[in-house]
Design a binder for this molecule. Sequence first.
Ligand code: SF4
Length: 516
Amino acid sequence: MSYQAVWMDRDPSKLNKFEFYKMEKDGLDIIRDIVEKYSKEGFASIPQDDFNLFKWAGVYQQKPNTGHFMMRIRIPGGILTSKQARELAAIGRDYGRGLIDVTTRQAIQYHWLEIEQMPDIFNRLESVGMSAFEACGDCPRTIVGNPLAGIDPNELFDTTPWVDELERFFLGNRDFSNLPRKYKMSISSNIYNSGHAEIQCLAFTPASKVIDGEEVLGFHVMVGGGLSAKPHLARRLDMFVIPEEMLKVAIGVTTLFRDHGYREKRHYARLKYLVAEWGIEKFQEELIKLIGEMPSLGDDRIVGWNASYFDGAHPQNTPGLNYVGLNVPVGRTSSDELDQLADLADHYGDGTIRTTVSQNLILTGVSDDKVEALLEQPLLQRLNPNPNRFMSRTVSCTGNEFCNLAIVETKEFARRVALYLDEHIQLDEPVRIHFIGCPNSCGQKHIADIGLQGSLVKTPEGMVDAYDIAVGGTLGPGAKFNTALKGRVKSDNVNNVLAQIINFYKDTRQSGESFH
Ligand code: SF4
């Protein structure tokens, strides 16, 4: 298969202005410029156009724009060793004021970094086999997946080698470093859809097929999902893929996006629009032209959706070993806590920490005889394996504390709303509540039971923070985005309105009904 880009034949007058930055300089070149030039000559030496490419280094300018940056670190599939966690904690302490966020793509995010610090950070990440590169930008981003891969009693097979294979192929690959826009993949064989397949550009999901009288395990393939202002659910291709062939499929889908994805209007440049416009049949035909015929669909093995929550201690696939899911309130932890977790992972577990797309953490490989002692550790009072119901299911994006695109503050607001609901409402089932500070939906508002999107509303006292509210989102079988409720709620009334919505549900629900 040729990886040679063909999109460059396009009429330049039809390209958006960002395309010209990328033609002038490959996004990956910014890494060299940061290391060799800007880190030495300082913040003032950075031309405005180059800030647009910083994302390829995993770096964004943060708010307030006073020379500080946010950096996202790739954790493919969410698997982290204690050694890597200690280095992440140390970098955060040395340069990021000790603040560490877990993101909805299983990444770690720093704030408050300065340009002079970048070379040291890049080197230190590399020394433990990690990278920030292409964690953002118009390129294949961190591959998300089943955080329990390899130890999961609910997976068909271990997907770790396949995540690694795709990561090795795409990371730093200049054939694919100039895509029309961001490009998100997930790989999971967990039967509860812990890779959130329907909202990815490309997702591999668990499947099986009888071939020559034998059951073969592999994947189904979904394409064209994504959130933001116009969310799309991914569509399934008529295709069964054995693990050994998934790289070929991923290259084919990414090539179609690179060469046929829209580059005219930037907000229209995601794969989801190409899939929607072509239709899934044409997309499949074009893909087959690139990769050759593939077996048709097998049996889909997804049976539900766990929303990637794993609270508490549970048996792994190896008898005698357990994983312990910990809640990270609104995804925010610290260098000190990450250091302590690394110690707990070594002392009680298998030296591994896992991150989830629900912004939480998991310790793994804890033998039966150590579970009780682990649960008594002081750190687990805050990173609680049995958290309060609402705090345990509250997700928040970065918001205007650091994000230049945000309209409102989200993280602290979300934490306070969850505290309020836990104090005032008794409910016997979880309700997932997601907060986002603008339509970009990094906090994945559309898939929440209750999604809140920050906005402003005019009052006699001037413009004040407010939220649009939507209810009933879910993924897995019956996937659908939530439905917007009429009106906009001022932030000081959000507690009250959410309490009324949840109490109304509680008082009127029927047997077997769940919130979504
Ligand atoms: Fe920023 Fe908007 Fe993303 Fe929140 S959803 S982190 S406000 S871009």
